[in-house]
Structure formats: C-alpha cells, structure tokens
Design a protein. Structure first.
Length: 321
C-alpha cells in the first residue's frame, strides 16, 4: 500500500502516528487502504524528544494519530513537536486525530486559583499549527468550544451498543453513573430499546465517589453501566456493588476510554461487574488486562471519519440510529 492516498478532487492525504497508540493507527490505515507515513521518534541523551519525518508532506492533508494518555505530558510534547515539523515542511493542513483527549477533566474552575488545563492544551495545539481536531467522547462536550479550529466529535456509543445487542441480554436497564453522563446513557438506551437509570452520587475529592441514591427500576434487571472514562475504577465498582445490593440480576459496564490507573484492575477483578467492555482509544499494557475486560476497536469509525472529512462529506451521519 502507498503511504499517500490520491483523490482527484482533493490534495494527497497522509496518515502518521506517534508513540501513544501505533496499533490503532495501523488499523486505521488498513481501513483507509494506505500505509502509515514514515516518521521516527527518538530521544537525545538528555531525554529531549527528536522527531524526523522521512518523506515529503509538501501540499498534503496530513492526519496525525496520537492519544494523550499515560505518559500524558510526553505524548503531548511529541504531538506539539510533530505539528511544528509538519508546519515547517509545508503540509497543506495538519489534522490531529486524538482518540483520547488528556486533561479533559480539568475543564472548569471548581475552586479559586485553579487552571483550566483542557483549554490550555487546546490553545497550545492550535498555536503549534493544528488545523482540525478529530476526537472521541470528550469528557464534557463544551470542550469543543475551547478550540478555534473545526473539531469533529465522534461517539463510541454505536460500537458499544452493537456489541451488547449481539449478546441478546434480557430485561436491560442502561445506567449512567452520574448526572453528567445521562445524555450518553440515553443514547445507548435508545439504541437498545431499554429504560434508563441514574446513580446519584457525590465526589468528596478527586477519584473518590460515594453513591447516594439509585434512580430507576433495577430489581431483577440486567444492568449496563456506561461512562466515558474509567480511571481508578472506584466509581464503577461502587456503582456495581450498589446495583447488586438493590436487586440487579447482573451488572455489565462499558466505557470509551480505559485509563485504568492505580488500583483499577484489582478493583474490577474484585467487583460485581460480570464484563467490562472498553474501546482501544487507549492502548492497554499487559498489567491492564483482565479476563473481565473486552476491548473493541474504533479504527473503522475513525478511518471512515477521516475519509469523510477529507472528501467534505458529513461526519454526523455516522451516528444516525
């Protein structure tokens, strides 16, 4: 396969990846029918990042795949450096494909003198030279407004919903683990023709949640909890335990972004969750695997979105029920 996709009505398209999730980038390239562009990332002896683009990008529409997951700051710095290199190499447009947007949870001032880091990351990306952002399931949809360039906000709900639909589970209830995730849970509930439940919780401090109340009828039901991010898995474990205690027959969970830091795997293993379904927006290490975890690919969704963007076609129609 060529690393350049030809299109009679558009400029040549090239796809590059950095170090955060090269396996996903390879899948995206396969879906698009091209090979990844040649680019090397190395370190100087003082640990500074060096990036070399090994083929011409002049006049091309370039797409760069990079999730800003752990190590977040290193992945961000790689991205900023590559954007600068592409800009100086005369790429026509620089389009950032960021399956997971790091720092998204720092999206507002909850206390005095706090930064809004999600906005800072957006500013730096645009200042470096990004012309467009393609991302999945931002923690808060309002983050789209932090960018002064076009942003395509993709959804993983159809992929997650199709997986559960194939399992043909009975007496389903879709549960949001908090009020902020109700819209996402409702999308899945609509697709699976299931009722909606909500867990009313409060978070006394970061990564610590306390279940307050369960809204909805869940006794004797099969419950699917859906969230955008599972980090330390404290919330999802607590939610599953509370649902079983209230009479749920069994509990499944799913999310788009499996951050899975700290004690997450241990908590999932010990929880009442029968299966945790995640996507590959974040590459999982060996220490982040479990018999309870199923990982689905978003490569075809992202690949199709890139092709539609590059052909000036609708992206939102990808999510029509």
């Amino acid at each position: 396969m060529s690393s350049v996709r030809k299109n009679d009505s558009k400029r040549p398209l090239q796809l590059f990846t950095l170090n955060s999730n090269p396996a996903l980038a390879e899948e995206i390239a396969d879906h698009m029918g091209i090979s990844l562009g040649k680019c090397t990332v190395s370190k100087f002896s003082d640990n500074e990042t060096q990036i070399n683009i090994e083929e011409s990008v002049r006049g091309c529409d370039v797409y760069v795949v990079q999730s800003t997951s752990n190590p977040v700051n290193e992945n961000l710095m790689e991205l900023y450096i590559l954007i600068d290199a592409l800009k100086r190499a005369s790429a026509a447009t620089i389009n950032i494909v960021m399956p997971y947007y790091g720092y998204a949870r720092q999206d507002r001032k909850a206390r005095s003198r706090e930064p809004i880091t999600a906005k800072l990351v957006a500013n730096l990306m645009v200042t470096a030279g990004a012309d467009r952002i393609i991302t999945l399931d931002l923690h808060a949809p309002q983050i789209q407004g932090f960018f002064d360039v076009p942003i395509d906000h993709l959804q993983a709900v159809p992929i997650l919903s199709d997986y559960f639909a194939e399992k043909q589970l009975e007496d389903l209830v879709i549960v949001s683990p908090d009020h902020g995730g109700v819209v996402r849970a409702r999308r899945m509930a609509d697709r699976l023709k299931a009722p909606l439940g909500i867990i009313d919780k409060r978070r006394p401090r970061p990564n610590v949640a306390e279940v307050m109340n369960i809204i909805g009828e869940i006794e004797g039901k099969t419950v699917i909890i859906i969230d955008d991010i599972i980090d330390t898995a404290g919330t999802i474990k607590l939610a599953a335990d509370a649902l079983i205690e209230k009479g749920a027959r069994e509990v499944y969970a799913c999310c788009t972004h499996p951050v899975l830091s700290g004690p997450a795997i241990e908590r999932i293993e010990e929880s009442q969750i029968k299966e945790l379904v995640v996507t590959n927006t974040i590459a999982l290490s060996e220490s982040q695997t479990s018999d309870k975890i199923t990982q689905l690919s978003v490569a075809s969704l992202i690949g199709e979105a890139i092709l539609r963007v590059n052909s000036d076609k609708s992206v939102s129609s990808l999510f029509d029920s």
